[in-house]
Ligand binder design. Structure first.
Ligand SMILES: [Ca+2]
Ligand SMILES: [Ca+2]
Length: 227
């Protein structure tokens, strides 16, 4: 009898304890979510008007760079990741820095990809170049370049694979002109965007992988003025 009378009190106590635990857990998750709010850098704008995606084979150690010029003459590239209405998500350097920690273990991210997103579009010509910044292999490197205009419906302006042939090789993948919703004059006449950005220097210093980028001949894509 005595024990039976104690039970309800115990139940109230455990219910209280359980609810407090729930509240604490809830507050913990809320603060955790706030702490881990993703940083703005590297984010692709979900309201993008156009996307340029450059990919090369998984696990490849070569460093390919994406350069895009807009009609106003702004050029987005690894040292100028915001230009005009363009944004380069990151400078993918092959496998360099592509190791992440997950549950205390090192995980290698095999992906090789750079994405340029556009918050808005202007009439005029766009130029999309890829550059073989560091070639570690001897074979030509196949690089996929895709240009998609997203609104009002997704439309692929360009999608092809180009072969980069070695350090310093710069190729114009595509150039095209926007006129309202129209896409005209799609071609690939070479235009060096590296030359236009040569006043600024190469990759962040320190690492042995960093080197001053060579000056390139606009027509041949070959380094000029070297030894
Ligand atoms: Ca790169
Ligand atoms: Ca990579």
């Amino acid at each position: 009898m005595f024990e039976e009378e104690q039970e309800p009190e115990f139940e109230i106590f455990s219910a209280l304890l359980f609810n407090s635990l729930k509240a604490i857990t809830f507050m913990f998750f809320i603060s955790f979510a706030m702490i881990n709010r993703p940083a703005d850098t590297g984010k692709v704008d979900p309201k993008a008007e156009m996307l340029i995606t450059v990919t090369w084979p998984d696990n490849n150690t070569d460093d390919v760079d994406t350069y895009v010029e807009d009609p106003a003459g702004n050029v987005v590239w690894y040292n100028q990741r915001e230009a005009g209405l363009m944004h380069l998500d990151r400078d993918d350097r092959g496998m360099f820095k592509d190791v992440i920690l997950f549950n205390g273990k090192e995980i290698t991210n095999p992906l090789n990809q750079e994405i340029v997103s556009f918050r808005g579009l202007e009439d005029g010509e766009y130029v999309v170049n890829i550059v073989h910044y560091i070639a570690n292999g001897t074979a030509p490197l196949p690089v996929k370049v895709k240009v998609e205009k997203l609104n009002p419906t997704v439309r692929v302006i360009y999608y092809d694979t180009l072969n980069l042939t070695g350090t310093g090789d710069e190729l114009t993948a595509v150039r095209f002109t926007l006129k309202g919703q129209e896409v005209i004059n799609v071609g690939n006449a070479p235009k060096s965007l590296v030359e236009m950005t040569r006043s600024t220097d190469g990759k962040d210093g320190g690492g042995s992988a960093a080197q001053p980028a060579p000056s390139l001949d606009a027509l041949t894509g070959q380094p000029v003025g070297g030894p």
